[in-house]
Design a protein around this ligand. Structure first.
Ligand SMILES: [Zn+2]
Length: 323
């Protein structure tokens, strides 16, 4: 059975960040894209989805995707992708194109700057966090903080983030790309997909608002690019937790061709094309990264919506970043 590996990335940093060891930097990403172009058949996601359905998928088929719309995707990832002839699809949350900042990045930069040895979030989560001075040790506390507030109702999460920023005494400089970034990606031969406007957890929204989020992001991207936008990525993307069947039906009814989740695994001909699984090997040495890519293809197909895949996600050592 032919399988399709769809890789998911968010940021590519200029240099390693001890606070976020799970995020690739320029050198690591360069090696990974060399390996991917050398050992896999990289296809545009739109083409791969059609060939998966038609049964014409080539051996070792692989797609690269990026979520959210970080500026480093344009400044750092794009030249690397072009150098290795790797196509990628970028899912953009359009509400941040005007210089906004995603909540998780606000927390990351605030936690980096906190000078005390404790962060008290009892008001929101019932927890108080120790803050080690060493950034690498602080990184695992950061992941626990992100996990603790990620699924709070929007207003409460905003209040928690604002409290952390107040304690840190700093806010983050803009990290997201602008409209020029979208144009640069298009000129570079890449594809653009929709990822809502404000990156909400769809399952927490009233149905009409969820539909508006999905449709409006596509409309903005279509007017920016002058092309149809046919691919969608669910914010955060855990099936059954971050989105449900109603949202899958919505995406289909709105006329998208396919959508991707963050269920962990490879797609197969039986996969729901509106809930295609994705993954990224977390290994840094290239041979291990490539071995993990190969091993993933041997696993049984990911059953979208199963709690097993969500648990496997957490066991991989992935950062609990936005998805
Ligand atoms: Zn996202």
């Amino acid at each position: 059975m032919r399988k399709l590996s769809i890789l998911i990335y968010h940021r590519v940093l200029d240099a390693p960040d001890p606070l976020q060891p799970g995020i690739v930097d320029r050198a690591v990403f360069d090696r990974q894209m060399w390996g991917v172009s050398r050992f896999f058949r990289v296809l545009p996601l739109a083409e791969a989805v059609n060939r998966l359905r038609d049964g014409t998928l080539p051996r070792r088929a692989l797609c690269v995707t990026f979520d959210d719309g970080y500026r480093d995707n344009v400044d750092i990832a794009l030249p690397i992708l072009r150098r290795h002839g790797v196509h990628a699809t970028f899912f953009i949350a359009t509400g941040f194109l005007d210089g906004g900042c995603m909540w998780n990045d606000r927390v990351i930069e605030a936690v980096r700057s906190l000078s005390g040895d404790k962060l008290d979030l009892t008001e929101f989560t019932g927890q108080r966090f120790d803050l080690p001075a060493d950034l690498r040790a602080r990184g695992s506390v950061l992941q626990a903080i992100l996990r603790a507030i990620k699924h709070l109702p929007f207003a409460q999460r905003e209040a928690a983030v604002a409290l952390i920023e107040r304690q840190a005494g700093r806010t983050v400089p803009g990290l997201m790309m602008g409209e020029a970034g979208i144009r640069a990606l298009m000129l570079g031969g890449m594809d653009i997909g929709a990822h809502t406007v404000n990156h909400p957890i769809l399952s927490r929204l009233p149905v009409a608002e969820a539909r508006r989020e999905i449709a409006a992001s596509r409309q903005t991207l279509e007017s920016l690019t002058g092309r149809p936008v046919r691919l969608f990525a669910y914010p955060n993307g855990n099936p059954g937790l971050d989105y449900g069947e109603a949202h899958v039906a919505m995406v289909r009814a709105l006329g998208f061709d396919a959508a991707v989740s963050t269920a962990w695994g490879c797609a197969s001909p039986g996969s729901d094309r509106y809930q295609l699984p994705r993954f990224t090997p977390w290994d840094r040495p290239l041979p291990r990264y490539l071995a993990r890519l190969a091993l993933m293809r041997l696993r049984p197909p990911t059953m979208t919506g199963s709690s097993v895949s969500a648990a496997a996600c957490d066991a991989t050592g992935r950062d609990v970043q936005d998805h």
